[in-house]
Design a protein around this ligand. Structure first.
Ligand SMILES: [Zn+2]
Length: 330
């Protein structure tokens, strides 16, 4: 099975490269993700997020649009290696042509400014998945870590009160109608259950781990894992050290493959073998990573094998489960 990864932030890095006058290349670069290393490592599909940051971007919609522009320019330039997908059949067509698939996403619903017209326009530009919030309150709802409100920015305190706003619920309906996947990573605990209550299709947590294994609130409780499993959704394992281990203050944080396997095993135990996928967060995370870039993905494949997962389950985790959900959603 080829590797499917539900979340990376390399578009944001490429936008910075462009702003600072460096060359922009998805094909070959110094970031965690580039196409030549992906090809070598056996990738089938990568989600590329247009990530917006209310705290830094003067205009979040412009930021998203600039990243989407980079995405499409890079797709044109590299059509020998990769092609964007707009429906599930596009993945199969790319497979046949021995090309990788690229799925455009938005991280941070504030890119829509609360406007359904903006949401539909992003869909027309190829966006097929949206993370409802990043780490700020927006027009749709509240995150677990709210960087705009000091009283709600404790990474170990989940927000069980402030969920989706009325507009968020309206957006869910439109997203399901369009065929745009709903991503609850970053969303508050209350928002998670609002999504569960107001959607019918499978939904995703593209880059979140298990809170029982590391208490960071970006991770999911066992109950949430079960809710996603019952709906037929999938959860992408995040490679960030803070999501993997409860580090003591001052302790050197390292993202270890063995910890990733521990989270995967926990999720499989709680939600079954259909629930786990990958959501590296490459180019959105820092620190020391054993899987230092997309070219090192064999480390995880080997670790899953050594951990005793049957080969059919290894395949599901590395890509099969995400493939299934995209078939259901797109
Ligand atoms: Zn994120």
């Amino acid at each position: 099975m080829k590797i499917y990864d539900m979340h990376c932030d390399v578009l944001c890095k490429l936008r910075k490269d462009e702003k600072e006058g460096r060359g922009v290349s998805l094909r070959q670069n110094e970031h965690h993700i580039d196409l030549l290393r992906m090809k070598q490592a056996g990738y089938g599909l990568q989600c590329f997020a247009a990530f917006v940051n209310q705290g830094e971007d003067k205009d979040v919609a412009q930021s998203a649009l600039e990243q989407i522009d980079i995405f499409h320019r890079q797709m044109e330039e590299n059509q020998d290696l990769i092609a964007p997908i707009y429906c599930y059949e596009d993945i199969r067509r790319n497979d046949k042509q021995e090309k990788m698939s690229a799925l455009l996403t938005i991280e941070g619903g504030e890119a829509c400014g609360g406007s359904l017209a903006m949401l539909r326009n992003y869909y027309r530009m190829g966006v097929r998945l949206m993370t409802l919030t990043w780490n700020y309150e927006n027009e749709l709802g509240f995150p677990n870590i709210n960087m705009g409100d000091e009283s709600c920015s404790n990474p170990f305190f989940a927000d069980t009160k402030n969920g989706l706003k009325e507009n968020g619920i309206v957006f869910l309906e439109e997203m399901e109608c369009l065929g745009m996947a709903v991503d609850v990573s970053h969303l508050s605990d209350a928002g998670f259950y609002d999504v569960a209550a107001h959607t019918k299709k499978p939904f995703l947590a593209t880059h979140s781990n298990a809170r029982e294994e590391a208490s960071f609130v970006r991770n999911l409780t066992d109950d949430m894992i079960r809710v996603i499993a019952e709906r037929g959704g999938v959860i992408g394992i995040n490679y960030c050290a803070d999501f993997l281990w409860n580090f003591a203050p001052g302790e050197k944080t390292v993202s270890r493959v063995e910890d990733m396997v521990r989270h995967i095993r926990h999720m499989v135990n709680v939600g079954g073998v259909e629930i786990v996928g990958l959501g590296s967060d490459f180019d959105g995370i820092g620190g020391e990573l054993e899987i230092s870039d997309c070219g090192k993905m064999y480390l995880l494949a080997d670790a899953l094998k050594n951990a005793g997962f049957p080969s059919s389950v290894q395949d599901k985790i590395l890509g099969g489960n995400v493939d299934r959900v995209l078939r259901d959603l797109l």
